[in-house]
Design a protein around this ligand. Structure first.
Ligand code: 4FL
Length: 238
């Protein structure tokens, strides 16, 4: 799989890309991650990449010229165009089903925004999708892109090294449950004991207890922001 990251701050990715799991996967040739600097596609003496929004408002927007030119250059580097995503809080929210879908794609282009966002014509021109990692605002899309790369590449065959464990992760089963509490040694820590059932050796009882814990934890999790929109206006997305 090849992932291209289009950013104004490629240096932010240095440590991340060398890291243990991803670094090993890259050296083994299982995943290729390329960085492209939007600034290299800026024109003029000032190498401008952002400008103020028409109609007024705070902040700066990424101009279409440099971003579109950078993505087009990156797309021309390898055969398949794959899918292009703009990291943006307004995009489709990343979840494990989407991560699984992306892991089955041979090519991804991830575009990181800075400032207040992207000129709307970037998405149109590139026929891009928008992707959010959650309902909060970052200073830019770089950390969001790293999240996508990490979640996706660990599902690429050979990267984890123990493929069966991915199938047991939170959100992975057909029911998309999160994992309940887990314990290791010691059997007692500061007066807190490991639940007896886990020491019983009764695998059916352990499985039933874990499943009940999973359901309880999953049911208690907070809902996405879209759940707060009154029912007559709410649309089902993704
Ligand atoms: C991107 C937030 C993806 C959440 C600011 C610029 C963001 C983001 N998911 N915040 N990009």
């Amino acid at each position: 799989m090849r992932i291209d990251i289009v950013t104004l701050f490629p240096e932010m990715f240095a440590g991340f890309l060398e890291g243990s799991l991803l670094g090993t996967a890259r050296r083994a040739g299982l995943v290729e991650v390329h960085l492209a600097n939007i600034r290299d596609h800026a024109i003029g003496a000032h190498r401008q990449v952002d400008d103020r929004p028409f109609g007024g408002g705070p902040g700066m927007l990424l101009m279409p010229g440099p971003v579109v030119s950078c993505v087009e250059a990156v797309r021309a580097e390898a055969g398949e165009p794959g899918r292009t995503f703009l990291l943006s809080p307004g995009g489709r929210r990343l979840d494990q089903p989407l991560v699984e879908e992306l892991a089955a794609t041979s090519r991804l282009v991830l575009v990181c925004g800075r400032y207040e966002g992207f000129d709307a014509r970037i998405k149109t021109t590139l026929d891009a999708e928008e992707l959010s990692i959650g309902d909060y605002v970052l200073s830019g899309g770089e950390v969001a892109a790293m999240t996508v790369v990490e979640a996706v590449t660990r599902l690429v065959p050979g990267v984890l090294g123990h493929e069966e464990s991915a199938g047991l992760d939170s959100f992975s089963g057909a029911e998309r449950l999160v994992e309940g509490p887990q314990y290791t040694r010691p059997r007692e820590f500061r007066g807190l004991a490991v639940p007896d059932v886990l020491l019983s050796g009764d695998h059916a009882r352990i499985a039933a207890w874990r499943r009940a814990q999973s359901i309880e934890v999953t049911a208690g999790r907070s809902r996405p922001a879209s759940a707060h929109i009154p029912n007559p206006f709410r649309r089902t997305v993704s």
